[in-house]
Design a protein around this ligand. Structure first.
Ligand SMILES: Cc1cc2nc3c(=O)[nH]c(=O)nc-3n(C[C@H](O)[C@H](O)[C@H](O)COP(=O)(O)OP(=O)(O)OC[C@H]3O[C@@H](n4cnc5c(N)ncnc54)[C@H](O)[C@@H]3O)c2cc1C
Length: 162
């Protein structure tokens, strides 16, 4: 038996969920762990860029976290359901498998591009130079953390040069 779910509520007060605790994807999609890691990176970026440590601010970043991650999680969820269908012993399963194994290469490339385009980085660490041919989408949380990190780096360099 394989559980599948995406909860509507991911946080309450100072408690927040990530990974399988708020979205359990079918393993057939091979996306569960990477989705959990993307949650962790997003949350870490938002915590790093927090201007104050008040309860209101904590609540606000949890809302931003869910708003940013929910669409990506739903994409992965739908993808994992399609992949799960392909291994199902049914007419639908046979049809999905038939089309998947006969998909033209350009369509595979398009779907792979969509899959790898969203790969958030920890904005509070040095930027990883672009590798491969798919330019990543920079998420709002990464942008916030990156701006703060680069500002701090500049200040440290200026202080060191005095
Ligand atoms: C068969 C299978 C194949 C998979 N293949 C892939 C794959 O190819 N690629 C991929 O990306 N994902 C895959 N996944 C999914 C992936 O394993 C999960 O999505 C991922 O491990 C989720 O990480 P998590 O940290 O959210 O949860 P978990 O890895 O489940 O971690 C939760 C941890 O909390 C601990 N815990 C639970 N209750 C308590 C408690 N009360 N107190 C203290 N600790 C507690 C548990 O012991 C566990 O260590 C697969 C899953 C399965 C089942």
């Amino acid at each position: 038996m394989l559980e599948e779910k995406v909860f509507k509520t991911w946080h309450h007060g100072r408690c927040v969920l990530m990974g399988d605790a708020c979205h359990k994807l079918n393993p057939a999609g091979g996306h569960g762990a990477v989705t959990a890691m993307h949650d962790a990176i997003t949350l870490a970026n938002l915590i790093y860029a927090m201007p104050t440590k008040t309860s209101d601010e904590i609540n606000r970043i949890f809302e931003d976290y869910q708003k940013e991650r929910y669409p990506a999680v739903m994409e992965a969820f739908k993808g994992s359901q399609i992949m799960a269908k392909s291994i199902e012993k049914s007419i639908t399963g046979a049809l999905v498998l038939f089309f998947m194994t006969r998909m033209p290469m350009w369509l595979w490339r398009l779907s792979l591009k969509k899959m790898v385009q969203y790969r958030p980085q920890a904005g509070f660490l040095p930027n990883i130079p672009l590798q491969g041919s798919v330019v990543p989408i920079v998420s709002p949380s990464e942008q916030k953390a990156r701006a703060l990190f680069e500002n701090q780096q500049q200040q440290e360099q200026q202080a060191a040069s005095i």
